[in-house]
Write a protein of this length. Structure first.
Length: 74
């Protein structure tokens, strides 16, 4: 995958904290930021999925267990 550069303006204190965190753990800041962006995008996708299933009909557990031929004892 080709690598491109992006620019963002952030609070100076946040940058300092990020640098300190990465330095103390031996993490490359670029990698940390890339992983943070990926995690956030995945969270946003999950939220969209939750919105779409929120209005799906539900069924009682007993009905599901009966359909699966499970006696329901836990």
């Amino acid at each position: 995958m080709p690598v491109v550069q992006i620019n963002a303006r952030i609070d100076a204190g946040l940058k300092k904290a990020l640098e300190k965190y990465c330095r103390s753990r031996g993490i490359v800041m670029n990698h940390f930021i890339q992983e943070a962006i990926i995690d956030r995008l995945e969270e946003l996708e999950d939220i969209e999925d939750l919105k779409s299933i929120r209005h799906e009909p539900t069924r009682p557990l007993s009905e599901v267990l009966a359909q699966l031929n499970i006696d329901g004892s836990l």
